[in-house]
Ligand binder design. Structure first.
Ligand code: TZP
Ligand code: MG
Length: 208
């Protein structure tokens, strides 16, 4: 199965309705969940990741861990997502020979091409739109996506400030998927938020 669709990334801090919102989003059509947590210690992350992994597998979706290769191994996640400040891709691949490894490429085709040649299973680009969820994020020129399919043959995702309005814009680049935090976790109704995003990204109603 190729990776794609709505890729949900977990927020910080974790709100009291976090699992409820996550479950609603999984039921409504999210295909991949990434557990991303920069502040908790290993034991709390392990507890959260274990709970999330059983939720994700109940709905037969993919579970990815951000940055932390030991956590990915501990919970037997489907994969790991890394970027320039994390374990090098070649080392991650040695530790996780059969798992999905995703790589952040920011706004750089060169980084994406290199990650692909080192065995990344998917790459993500962005932010192209302003985001409050990642304080140190830059903002990149969406033009990088224009001819990206000529160079990148693994699944391509966009991330950062994505909502239904700009998901419509992203649709024209024929990407495999889009990653979101706040559009879903800050919404009043996660089911509706996911459905609106799918409708915008695919251009049709999603039939569950
Ligand atoms: N990496 C680049 S932007 C971003 C991450 C983790 C945050 C995306 O969150 P949001 O709320 O969908 O903009
Ligand atoms: Mg990282």
């Amino acid at each position: 199965m190729t990776l794609g669709g709505i890729y949900l990334v977990t927020p910080e801090p974790i709100a009291s309705n976090f699992f409820e919102v996550t479950e609603k989003a999984l039921v409504s059509g999210v295909s991949i969940l990434q557990f991303r947590n920069k502040s908790a210690g290993f034991h709390y992350k392990l507890e959260l990741a274990q709970k999330l992994s059983s939720l994700v597998y109940r709905y037969n979706k993919k579970f990815i861990i951000d940055d932390d290769v030991d956590l990915a191994i501990a919970v037997n996640a489907d994969g790991l997502h890394i970027g320039k400040d994390d374990i090098p891709l070649s080392e991650a691949r040695k530790k996780l020979p059969d798992k999905i490894i995703g790589y952040s490429t920011y706004g750089s085709r060169e980084i994406a091409v290199q990650a692909q040649s080192l065995g990344a299973d998917y790459v993500s680009f962005g932010p192209f739109f302003a985001t409050n969820s990642k304080k140190d994020a830059g903002l990149y020129d969406i033009k990088v996506l224009e001819e990206i399919r000529k160079y990148i043959h693994v699944p391509i995702f966009a991330i950062g400030g994505i909502n239904p309005e700009n998901a419509r814009v992203l649709r024209s680049f024929n990407l495999d998927g889009i990653c979101v935090i706040s559009w879903v976790y800050s919404s009043i109704d996660a089911t509706r938020a996911v459905r609106e995003l799918m409708r915008a990204f695919y251009g049709v109603d999603y039939i569950n």
